[in-house]
Design a protein around this ligand. Structure first.
Ligand code: ATP
Ligand code: MG
Length: 417
């Protein structure tokens, strides 16, 4: 591999793709700030132990996808494969639960998983996530789904579907687990090796298999919904009814179990048919056991994570996103003019206008052409004469009109039009 090539499964985000990222980041920030969720920034790496315990040994993530390494102090560390474990670690470490009963948090950042790179699947990818910690109220589940749904529709993504399920509580799953073992055992020799392995360790995981032959067998497997206790059932009914009241359409998918061990009750995914095999844009659910599992007090929780690469792929199918329009393009040529041009640019920028300074020193007509290509509203032309007099040529690039103006006049003209 060449040293001037990004590592496999990683990529650079360049113009114009970056405009899509900036758009979704600003929409996300606005929506989450409106819903009074607080941003949290946790480290990009944590102890390997945190993920092993928090995500679960039997998951693909812990079993084969982690970027783990021993640092120079002999500690085993792992680049975060997801955001929840770090957020929960922070909650416990800083006793955030003592500050308020319910914490509503959001995060965004790079995640790392050793996977086979494909469209919408990378080794370094980005997630936006929310976590509501400290509430077992079904409204918390519906609220986070509603926020995801608003975010996605605000971005113009309307063809998405919400798949919903309940995985019940630990006791419900114990009974269900046995039913799954009974069901899968006769098919044991037809399961893929991972699923065969999970038959004894964690049969629920088999439902999550992406292996075609296993998926076929999974079709007729027992449904968790038949194993829910009355309390779990009631929780699920309430979530469904809240979503219906909100006008959020959903499909029930009793095979939806999610890849992580700590999920309880509500599990959901938001999918797009436009993404091929990597259809899931958002995955989430309740994880009532995780905080206690990691040494904190019993804390019910619910959250989701959205894969931003997949979102950008979808956004690119919609309208083109452009950078904000350019107000001024500053053109200068000459010994006095060039240093002056920076001062002029800074003054116009401080007045609130988006201003590009041409640093090329090329001929005036060449710079004017660039101003037009850049889509600027005005060009400010500064030669040595203008630099000495303080009167600049202001050219309206749409009409072609040109006039001689001072800096103050130029700013007031731009403010009025
Ligand atoms: P998948 O089934 O596609 O592997 P997952 O269940 O592993 O997804 P989660 O851990 O729930 O995914 O992560 C939430 C979201 O993050 C996914 O729905 C997806 O949009 C995104 N995501 C997960 N892994 C990757 C990856 N390797 N590259 C890009 N996006 C990813
Ligand atoms: Mg995965």
């Amino acid at each position: 591999m060449s040293s001037v090539q990004a590592s496999r499964g990683t990529r650079d985000i360049l113009k114009p793709e970056i405009y899509y990222w900036q758009k979704l980041e600003s929409v996300a920030r606005r929506i989450l700030t409106h819903a009074v969720y607080t941003e949290i920034r946790t480290p990009a790496f944590e102890s390997t132990e945190l993920f092993a315990r928090g995500i679960g040994e039997a998951t693909d993530i812990v079993g084969k996808e982690m970027y783990s390494f021993i640092d120079r102090g002999d500690r085993s560390l792992t680049l975060r494969p997801e955001g929840t474990a770090g957020v929960v670690r922070a909650l416990i470490e800083h006793k955030l639960y003592a500050q308020a009963d319910v914490q509503k948090l959001w995060y965004t950042g790079a995640m790392f998983r050793y996977e086979r790179p494909q469209a919408g699947r990378q080794r370094q990818f980005h997630q936006l996530g929310v976590e509501v910690l400290g509430s077992a109220d079904p409204r918390a589940d519906a609220e986070v789904i509603a926020i995801a749904s608003d975010f996605l529709s605000e971005l113009g993504l309307t063809e998405l579907v919400v798949d919903l399920n309940s995985v019940g509580n630990a006791e419900d799953r114990l009974a269900y687990r046995q039913a799954l073992v009974d069901y899968f055992t006769p098919y044991a020799d037809r399961l893929d090796p991972d699923s065969f392995d999970r038959l004894s360790r964690n049969p629920l995981r088999i439902l999550d298999s992406k292996h075609p032959q296993t998926q076929e067998i999974v079709q007729a497997a027992p449904s968790i919904l038949d194993y829910l206790s009355p309390t779990s059932q009631q929780h699920f009914e309430q979530v469904k009814s809240l979503l219906t009241d909100l006008g959020i359409a959903f499909r029930i998918d009793p095979r939806l179990v999610r890849g992580l061990d700590y999920y309880t009750h509500t599990a959901f995914e938001i999918k797009s048919s436009q993404l091929g095999a990597q259809a899931a844009v958002c995955g989430g659910g309740c994880y009532d056991r995780l905080v206690a599992e990691l040494g904190g007090p019993d804390t019910p929780a619910v959250g989701w994570a959205i894969g931003l690469e997949r979102l950008v792929l979808l956004l690119q199918k919609l309208d083109e996103v452009k950078p904000p329009a350019l107000d001024f393009y500053i053109i200068s040529r000459g010994e006095q003019a060039e240093p002056k041009s920076l001062l002029v640019a800074q003054n116009i920028r401080r007045a609130g206008f988006r201003t590009e300074l041409d640093l090329s020193g090329a001929k005036f007509d060449k710079q004017i052409k660039r101003a037009v290509t850049a889509g600027a509203r005005y060009a400010v032309i500064i030669g040595d004469t203008e630099a000495a007099s303080g009167n600049f040529q202001l050219k309206d690039l749409a009409s072609g009109q040109q006039q001689s103006v001072t800096l103050l006049e130029l700013i007031s003209i731009a403010s009025l039009t």
